[in-house]
Structure formats: C-alpha cells, structure tokens
Design a protein. Structure first.
Length: 180
C-alpha cells in the first residue's frame, strides 16, 4: 500500500502545482492592472492616431486648374457632357471639352490686369453633336479679353465687359481618373 500511496501523491502533484501556477499568474495580472483612473495615460504610452486631413477647399484665387462651365441654356449640356477647361499656367496651355469635343490650345493671361485671351488655333476632335452649338462655345472663348475671379466663380468677359460665360472650380474630391 505504501507504493500505491506514493504513486497517487506523485500523480496528483502536477495537477496541484499546475492549478496553483495558473491561479498565481491570474492573480499577478490582476494586481498589475491597478485601479481604473479617469486620468489619461502619459503621452509617451498613448497610441496617437493622426487626425484625418480636412477636405481642402478648391483654390479660387488663381486661374490655374480645372473649371466647369455653369450652364445657362439647356443647349449648354445638350450632349450630356458639361464643358470644362483646365489651365496650365506654367505652359500657357489649356485643355478641356467643349461639351462635345476634346480641345486644347494656347492662352495668354495677366494677373495684374486680369487680361485673358485664347489663341484662335484651337485643336479639337471632330465628333458630331446634334443639338449642340459648339461654334458658339468656341466663339465665346475667342471673344474673351479678360476675366474676373470672385467668390469662387471665374467669369470670362469681352472687350466691352459683356459677360460671356461663368465657370466654377472643380472640387478636388470630385476628381476621378477619366472623368470630369
């Protein structure tokens, strides 16, 4: 019997030691946490998440960038496309769409006196667009002699200050590859 008893003690010892060890670990973990506090953790231990950048408002102080025509007549968007112009100030070139055809060319401007003129050699694709008067659109560009930037609106004006067209800055958030 003496041999049997020693086997039971040895057989039960790992269970008692293992249970005691687990209980001790749990007790130590709970003791290390300490009482809950309303005070924030020191800055060096906090994980700081970068704040999301607020959406940038489009720059309305310069001619450069993309501008969308503010349609006045139903014929301005008869093709389902909204005319736009993108001005590259460094190269004095513009690119865009008349509402029907893609186009590009040269322009000249002065920030000092708000002068603006388009070179009459505008390159354009040649798609037919029934119901759209593209010639009138191009003609208004060619009659532009100066511009006005006010409250985020770009206005093209003729020599005698007749308003030819109004444009609004394309939102940065609206830019998507292949779409304007």
């Amino acid at each position: 019997m003496k041999g049997k008893m020693s086997r039971n003690i040895i057989a039960n010892t790992p269970v008692k030691i293992g249970g005691t060890l687990i209980a001790s670990c749990i007790f130590l973990l709970l003791a290390c946490q300490g009482p809950a506090s309303d005070k924030p953790a020191p800055a060096d231990t906090m994980a700081v998440k970068p704040a999301a950048a607020p959406p940038q408002a489009p720059d309305t102080t310069t001619l450069g960038g993309i501008w969308l025509l503010q349609p006045i007549l139903p014929s301005d968007t008869a093709t389902g496309k909204r005319p736009f112009l993108r001005f590259d100030l460094a190269k004095s070139r513009f690119y865009g769409n008349s509402g029907c055809n893609n186009m590009n060319g040269q322009f000249w401007f002065s920030e000092k006196d708000s002068s603006l003129s388009f070179n009459d050699k505008i390159l354009s694709t040649r798609m037919a667009c029934p119901g759209y008067n593209e010639q009138a659109f191009i003609k208004s560009l060619l009659h532009t002699s100066h511009y006005r930037l006010k409250n985020g609106t770009l206005t093209f004006l003729s020599d005698d200050n007749v308003e030819l067209s109004r444009w609004e800055r394309k939102s940065v958030n609206a830019l998507r590859p292949g779409k304007v």
